[in-house]
Design a binder for this molecule. Structure first.
Ligand SMILES: [Mg+2]
Length: 345
């Protein structure tokens, strides 16, 4: 039980103020306040705040946008600088899927990538080692991408597999990494419980991603987000070995092990033989908070760079930005063209 403190009140008021464009400020304020009083709400409150922060529904001011773009300029505008930084280094590509290669759509099962994007990624994989790093289970993301020549890191990197036909880059053709296998029965159990628990929240979609469970709220009315957060919490409280992270309109439940998209990136670089190399240039493109683990690793290693896909300013460890999957495609096509010209020269 969390007390209803003045600080909490200020927080709620500030939240309402910040979202003054919302249709239901009073209802939201009441919902948040009720949560604070009734549900050990510090936690739920911060979940809901975070759901909102990861899934912006309100336009940010143009002023804020332009100052953010100064710090995280468009990777298309900075294309020449990026090439210059990668000079005499092996580029390795890491691509998130949802919101990066495919648009965010209401039904996560229909997050298809365009044929043109698929062709672009295939060309990219012919030029550079390329990995897809996704929160989805590996099989599912493969079914969307359908390219056998890629590395796939599903379930936030907890399920990694090399190209089906082996790879020209990697020595161990049977590359496979599954650091959370012991959690499979637990994840399955939580999936079943969440299915049952969230039945009463219209639009909630629970996805079993093998090593993690995703609770999509793309189709849940914002006024029901706190109910959903409560339902998820009521299931998770019995599983101290699981933790919650958040992406764009999705809550992710995954094992508490120290493994994330950043670790997956390091594992893949190592598998490709670039563990202690200075002549490698990893480029990671992703759109949500779980990609930040990878952006952070790149900053720590002082290697390569991260590109955040976002239309609105967000706190990020990425160096550059692209607004949407169409811009990602432009960027990848320019990389391919540059490499092909270079190889031909
Ligand atoms: Mg994404």
């Amino acid at each position: 039980m969390v007390r209803f403190t003045e600080e909490n009140t200020k927080h709620v008021d500030k939240e309402t103020e910040n979202n003054s464009t919302t249709d239901v400020p009073t209802v939201k304020k009441k919902v948040l306040r009720d949560l604070i009083i009734n549900n050990g709400g510090g936690l739920i409150n911060s979940w809901v705040d975070s759901m909102r922060a990861c899934s912006p529904t309100h336009l940010k001011s143009l002023m804020k946008q332009s100052s953010w773009l100064k710090e995280h300029p468009s990777a298309l505008d900075m294309f020449e600088e990026i090439l210059h930084a990668s000079e005499r280094k092996q580029i390795v590509m890491f691509l998130d899927y949802d919101g990066t290669l495919s648009p965010i759509v209401d039904d996560p099962d229909r997050a298809f990538m365009s044929k043109q994007m698929r062709r672009t990624v295939r060309n990219l994989a012919n030029c550079f080692p390329t990995a897809i790093v996704s929160g989805r289970c590996r099989e599912k993301v493969y079914n969307f991408v359908k390219l056998t020549e890629l590395y796939y890191a599903g379930s936030h990197g907890m399920d990694i597999k090399g190209p089906e036909q082996g790879s020209k880059y990697e020595e161990d053709k049977s590359l496979l990494c599954q650091p959370a296998t012991e959690f499979l029965p637990m994840i399955d159990e939580v999936y079943q419980k969440l299915m049952e628990k969230t039945k009463s929240t219209p639009g909630a979609n629970i996805e079993n991603n093998k090593f993690c469970v995703s609770v999509h709220f793309r189709r849940v009315d914002e006024k029901n987000w706190s109910d959903l957060a409560n339902q998820v919490r009521s299931v998770m409280k019995d599983y101290p070995k699981l933790r919650l992270t958040q992406g764009r309109k999705v809550l992710e439940i995954r094992p508490i092990i120290k493994w994330d998209k950043g670790k997956a990136l390091e594992f893949l670089l190592e598998s490709l033989g670039y563990a202690n190399c200075t002549n490698v240039f990893p480029l990671y493109i992703g759109d949500d908070r779980t990609d930040e683990d990878a952006f952070k690793i790149l900053r720590e290693r002082r290697q390569g760079l991260g590109i955040l896909v976002s239309k609105s300013p967000k706190e990020t460890n990425a160096s550059y930005s692209l607004q949407e999957p169409d811009e990602v495609m432009d960027f990848l096509q320019r990389l391919v063209k540059w490499k092909q010209l270079r190889s031909g020269a």
